[in-house]
Every structure is written in C-alpha cells, then in structure tokens.
Design a protein around this ligand. Structure first.
Ligand SMILES: [Zn+2]
Ligand SMILES: [Zn+2]
Length: 342
C-alpha cells in the first residue's frame, strides 16, 4: 500500500519534505482489530510536533495521521463490532491500559500507557490502517468523509477544552489562535452557550475576518487587549507570548486552558514579561488539555451531527502531505487540511 512515512526527527525549516512516499505491506488485523481502507485523513498541528521532535514518535519509520476516516475491509478473529463496509473513524487515542486509576475513572487520556495513533502506532497517511475495534467510531451519515476527518481530533479536543473552561451560558470566552480546533469550538459555544460572546485573537487578518464571518463578537491581533474581560480563554497556539496576553485578558477567577501538546521555545523569553499582579493574581487559573478520551470523540461526533457542524476543509492528495504540513506550519490556514486517498 502507499503510505507517507517519517523516518526520523527533522526540522521543517531545513527539510521541506519530511515525509517520504513508501510502499508498505497492508497491515494484518490482530484478534480484536479491524482493517480500515482509508478514504480521508486530517492533517493536524501535532504532526508538526512529531516531525520536529516536540512529541517524538516512539518508533521509526512511522506513518502519521490521527484523524482517519475509512471503511472496514476485514476483521480479526474475534472482532465483531462492525460489519465489512461500515464507515468508521480512528482518532488520537489508539489504546490505553484499561485498568489503571486514570482509565478506571474515565480519564484514559491520562493513562501512562496511552498510545497515540500516528505517533506510537501507524496512522492514516496511508491507504490502510488497523485499529482495535473498541477504539473505532461509527461516523454519523450527514458528514462526507473529508468533512468528518477533522472532527475526530480538532473537534474532540476542542470539546474537551471547552468543558475544561467550566464556563456558563452568558460568560465571555476567548480563543487565542484560530485554527481547526478553535473554529469548531466557536460553533460549539454558539450551540451550548448561546448567550456567551466569543473573542478571537489571531495573527492574520484573514483568520480574524473568518472568525467574524462565523459569528465572533470581536476578533483582533494576538497582542490586542480584549474589549471586555474574559471568563476563560482557550489557547491553541504553540507560542508563549499569547499565553501572557491571554492571562492579562482574563477576569478575576478566570481560567486559561492550554490546548497544545507542546509549546515551542522560540519566544519563551516573553514569559519574563509575566506580571504577577496583573496576569495571575485574583485567583486566575491555568490548565492544560492532554489527549482525548473515547467519550470526547463519541460525544463530539453526536454534537457535530446535531448542530450540525460542517468544517471548512481544504483537500490534498496523499502524496501532497508535505505541502499540507508546510502550509500548516506557515499558518496558511483557512479551515482544516485533509488528505484524500485514491
Ligand atoms: Zn490532532
Ligand atoms: Zn490506563
């Protein structure tokens, strides 16, 4: 099968083609696994973190991609949850141990044995992928394959982030960075908290305009002061400067939720500009979001079908994965990038 593989950590600024087109054997589904013929796979910022080593793969070569939509081609000897031909999704959570304290408390995202699709196990930048049937999801009919793909990560983690903000209807929420996840969060806020106003902070005019088109109450630059104080901010950027700005814009007792698997070191010195009395005092909180649970994926897919959320997407061929990644790195973003197979 055709697959785009990563053979080792590399920098995207020097290496414009980090992934290599390879011909791999089609995976053989183990006992509880299903083999999925991939039709679409979303491109996520986390792939940049894998390639550049901020969240390094546990083995090489590895096939990235954790927003996978496809059709069940074959089942392992004891797999019976899906029928051949069923449409399924595979998300970031590929497996967890199932018996540790975190797993037992519904926090399988924090399991020490958490395995991520496309980082610890081959993912969806390929024509086929195998996954345990317990970690696959039926996809609501209303979504075409390419539109369903970005829902699996950006959407599910967006929902987890939104829950962690603890906001109530009518409270202001800020979104720092306006990529795939944030634009889905905006739609979730409109559905779940119709009286809340959304304030978007973004580097580019284009993204700010996009946010206003989608119904943001206000959109401005990363360093701008919010016209109203915010109960919570979700930061999806890889940088530190917006982190400080977001804290400054919080109201008393407000919470900053960081939805980023790693922060890049480039502007880390801006942390020194943190002013305790202005930015942290009065019981402001900071919380990070780690991974996702199966429940996040299931509930988000359901909510997305209900609203309905139809993500803005940009399609690429599998062979164009490097191009999609570079454009993502350069923040040439309008909606979510999706690879189409075949
Ligand atoms: Zn992702
Ligand atoms: Zn566990």
């Amino acid at each position: 099968m055709k697959a785009m593989v990563l053979r080792g950590i590399t920098g995207l600024s020097e290496n414009r083609s980090p992934l290599e087109l390879a011909d791999l054997a089609i995976p053989v589904p183990q006992e509880h696994e299903i083999l999925v013929k991939v039709s679409a796979c979303g491109v996520c910022h986390t792939e940049l973190d894998e390639i550049e080593g901020r969240t390094p793969p546990s083995r090489f070569p590895i096939v990235p991609g954790h927003q996978v939509i496809g059709f069940v081609e074959k089942g392992g000897s004891s797999a019976g949850r899906f029928k051949i031909g069923d449409r399924v999704g595979i998300a970031w959570i590929n497996s967890a141990c199932g018996h540790c304290k975190s797993c037992k408390n519904g926090m399988e995202n924090l399991c020490d044995d958490f395995k991520a699709t496309g980082r610890d196990v081959n993912g969806g930048y390929a024509e086929y992928a195998a996954v345990s049937e317990a970690f696959a999801y039926p996809i609501p009919e209303i979504f075409p394959d390419a539109e369903a793909a970005p829902l699996l990560c950006a959407g599910a983690i967006g929902l987890r982030s939104l829950r962690l903000t603890n906001i109530k209807d009518g409270e202001n929420i800020g979104l720092t960075g306006f990529g795939a996840s944030a634009h889905l969060v905006l739609k979730m806020v409109q559905h779940e908290y119709p009286r809340s106003k959304v304030f978007v902070f973004s580097r580019t005019e284009r993204e700010q305009e996009f946010a206003r088109e989608l119904g943001a109450a206000w959109a401005g630059g990363m360093e701008e002061e919010s016209p109203e104080k915010l109960r919570a901010v979700i930061d999806t950027t890889p940088a530190w400067r917006p982190f400080i700005e977001a804290l400054r814009n919080l109201e008393k007792g407000g919470r900053l939720v960081i939805n980023a698997i790693r922060k890049e070191d480039g502007d880390k010195d801006s942390l020194l500009r943190l002013d305790y009395s202005r930015d942290l005092w009065k019981e402001k909180e900071i919380k990070s979001v780690a991974n996702i649970t199966r429940r996040d994926v299931k509930e988000f897919l359901q909510m997305a079908a209900e609203i309905p959320i139809r993500p803005e997407i940009q399609e690429y061929r599998l062979e164009e994965a490097n191009k999609a990644l570079l454009e993502l790195k350069e923040r040439n973003i309008r909606g979510a990038k999706v690879l189409r197979m075949g």
